[in-house]
Design a protein around this ligand. Sequence first.
Ligand code: RFL
Ligand code: PHB
Length: 392
Amino acid sequence: MRTQVGIIGAGPAGLMLAHLLHRAGIESVVLENRSRDYVEKRVRAGVLEHPTVELLRETGLAERLDAQGLPHHGFALRFDGVDHRVALTELTGREITVYGQQEVVKDLIAARLAAGLALEFEVTGVSVHDLDSDRPRIAYTDSSGAARTLECDIIAGCDGFHGICRPAVADALTVFERVYPFAWLGVLAQTPPSHEELIYCYHDRGFALHSMRSPEVTRLYLQVPPDEPIERWPDDRIWEELGTRLAADGFTLTSGPIMEKGVTPMRSFVAEPMRHGRLFLAGDAAHIVPPTGAKGMNLAIADVRVLAAGAAAYFSTGRTELLDAYSDTCLRRVWRAEHFSWWMTSMLHRDPAGDPFDQRLQLSQLRYTAASRAALTSLAENYVGLPFDAPS
Ligand code: RFL
Ligand code: PHB
């Protein structure tokens, strides 16, 4: 079997890359080790940056997004029980859209299958070979148990943080990493949001976040210790803790049945360069941000936009300049998002070591951010997403 671009992973990065390549007339095969049902139900990100939404619109993927996505023009920073609004649209002229990552994934899968293009689920034993040659190969076993080899011009490693692509070239990469002394417990609840906007809340007992998926479904997070067993958090305890941390004058938290809950570790991670030979890493395969800045999925989409443009230039003219610049181009945006996510995380979470000096710095930063139009504008322009081609 042969294709131009072999794509490993059907998350936002792999599926969006396949979509952009198809629009540029480039053939690809997407290989995913999970089932379609699993990938479509995996609850993750919920905030789309302005440039992400524009790209989905420009490439014909926004029909459901425009009908069901929730445009947000601001969010609240809550501390000392008081809200300080970050007026995103007033400050930047742009907005974010709340639309679940799995909805984006569903839209991308539907578009790919409707066009009759190659997307294989439940493959196993994926490995990459001959990355330094001009005929790199992917070996795998398909869902019927047959051993396959896919010969490619380029391989895209879009297989997330726990995939096989980055480890396959680990010797050639430099890794930058920070692990935080806390995690997020996330819940999805069948209950209307308690506030029309997101609330990022700093509290003595730890960070809390009020978000949503629809007018009927609320998404909430609590800072918890790393590796916290979920069994320690029966639903009643979750609602009680959320109620305590999110308490504010005139605010009532509406509870309801919890449909899903899980604990996510927090990490900052970048592997450089994002390319080795004919293997290009994109999305979480190359970098991770803590979720506080809502950047992970948006970065994955930004990477594959750069990769698709490079591939289009290469396949139409044989020129490699854009592909050669892929890693440097992506890393500029990646490090901006790394800084922003680290900054939001550091400002809003309670360090379990509880250093009083750090806590006073945090409160000072929160007060200054909430009171200064310059600081608010900086936060807002990073949050809504810097333009793809902005210098950074
Ligand atoms: P994904 O989504 O992990 O997709 C990788 C795909 O590769 C498959 N795979 C393999 N396939 C074949 N062979 C193998 N050997 C394979 N190994 C793995 C996997 O099954 C999977 O389908 O990576 P991608 O595409 O780079 O997308 C990245 C995003 O998923 C991620 O950055 C975001 O979810 C992060 N994130 C958020 N991002 C945002 O932009 N906004 C948010 O509000 C936001 N909130 C979050 C988040 C992530 C969270 N968790 C659970 C990690 C909130 C949370 C709680
Ligand atoms: C979410 O709705 O899942 C969400 C929102 C904002 C974040 C992270 C996650 O910063």
